[in-house]
Write a protein that binds this ligand. Structure first.
Ligand SMILES: C[S@@+](CC[C@H](N)C(=O)[O-])C[C@H]1O[C@@H](n2cnc3c(N)ncnc32)[C@H](O)[C@@H]1O
Length: 342
């Protein structure tokens, strides 16, 4: 298994001769090395790259195809757009990381590409902020109904932050806030959301925060395109009340947890604010502690903690924010079996 980030200096992965040769051949060309360098900085589309490199779309696409075939870059689709980024997985993900580390960041060619990248980013951030502003009032309305955001985030951090998290998955990431909250403490963070508009805001926020270890992509919480046992922690923050099958979302989240991994669900306690259905597309008016604990148990998780923030009972027109933490029990089960044998 190849590590993707934060390679310790003593860790020198060995690549198969053919793999290394293919990777070097793919990177060993002027435009492709430049492409690799900018894709180490941001997730970009072919049209972004066309603008940055000043080359035609077919040429850029051909180079990207070669880089992708050699495993040096990854592609992911978001609605009708395809994004590219430096590979973070596989043997040539390691090679890409090593090659970029060798490049002089002050090289004039790279500096010019980085300047054009900054223009592309600025345009993208402006579009994302326009979308965000258009909805800010709507979101602000809901925020005003529950405990202050800072209090909720402090509770989220306290309940999940006690243990080291290498890999974090944020489902329904929205503006990427949960990734921002943990981004500086984790090795790698991934946010998924259905909405390309929200992903554009998240991307701009993560770039502004300098969190290159975090990325976002389009994905459906009900159908995660990733293998089981992938993440140390998964967060589902203020998403379940939009869904018609919360149990299924929790099952899918549990599936991708590593042994001993933890799932944090944050959502509202049961309430009677019917207008949230029509005005904000809420399908469920909150969840009891037992409902979400039951879903976690059905998904094979051990409920660890439940916490409620807000008024003691649901005061009229107010929302209680609930936090549920569950753990995949396989690590403890294995440790228990080991103790019995000894
Ligand atoms: C209220 S926002 C919460 C965003 C973020 N978790 C936060 O708390 O800041 C809910 C998000 O869930 C996303 N969402 C809704 N249904 C989804 C689904 N089936 N799969 C992935 N994301 C979904 C929406 O696009 C939206 O960005």
């Amino acid at each position: 298994m190849f590590m993707s980030f934060g390679l310790p200096s003593e860790f020198t992965p060995r690549l198969a001769f053919g793999t290394l040769l293919d990777g070097l051949k793919a990177a060993g060309e002027d435009t492709r090395l430049r492409l690799l360098a900018v894709l180490g900085e941001a997730d970009l589309t072919v049209s972004d790259l066309t603008e940055i490199m000043g080359q035609s779309q077919p040429r850029i696409s051909r180079h990207l195809k070669l880089l992708a075939e050699a495993g040096l870059v990854e592609r992911h689709r978001e609605a009708s757009w395809v994004f590219y980024r430096r590979a973070t997985e596989g043997p040539n993900g390691v090679l890409a990381l090593r090659l970029l580390a060798l490049l002089d960041p002050a090289d004039p060619v790279l500096l010019r590409d980085r300047e054009r990248l900054a223009d592309v980013r600025a345009a993208r951030a402006a579009a994302a902020q326009a979308y965000f502003r258009a909805h800010a009032e709507e979101w602000g309305h809901i925020r005003g109904l529950h405990a202050p955001e800072a209090e909720v985030e402090a509770a989220v951090h306290a309940i999940l932050g006690g243990e080291r998290i290498e890999t974090l998955l944020d489902l329904g990431t929205g503006t990427g806030r949960m990734l921002e909250l943990f981004g500086h403490e984790i090795t790698r963070g991934l946010g998924l959301d259905l909405s390309p508009d929200m992903l554009a805001v998240a991307r701009a926020n993560l770039e502004r925060a300098g969190l290159r270890n975090c990325s976002v992509r389009q994905g459906d919480i009900f159908n995660l395109a990733m293998p089981r046992d992938s993440f140390d922690a998964v967060i589902i923050h203020q998403v379940l009340h939009f869904l018609d099958d919360g149990a299924r979302a929790v099952r899918e989240a549990a599936r991708v947890l590593k042994p001993g991994g933890r799932l944090l669900v944050v959502d509202f306690a049961p309430h009677d604010l019917e207008f949230l259905r029509d005005a904000h597309a809420h399908r469920r008016l909150g969840f009891s502690a037992e409902t979400v604990e039951g879903w976690m148990a059905q998904a094979g998780l051990e409920p660890l903690a439940h916490q409620a923030l807000g008024p003691e009972r649901n005061a009229a027109g107010r929302l209680i924010v609930s936090l549920w933490l569950g753990r995949d029990p396989r690590k403890q089960a294995a440790a228990g079996a080991h103790r019995e044998v000894m």
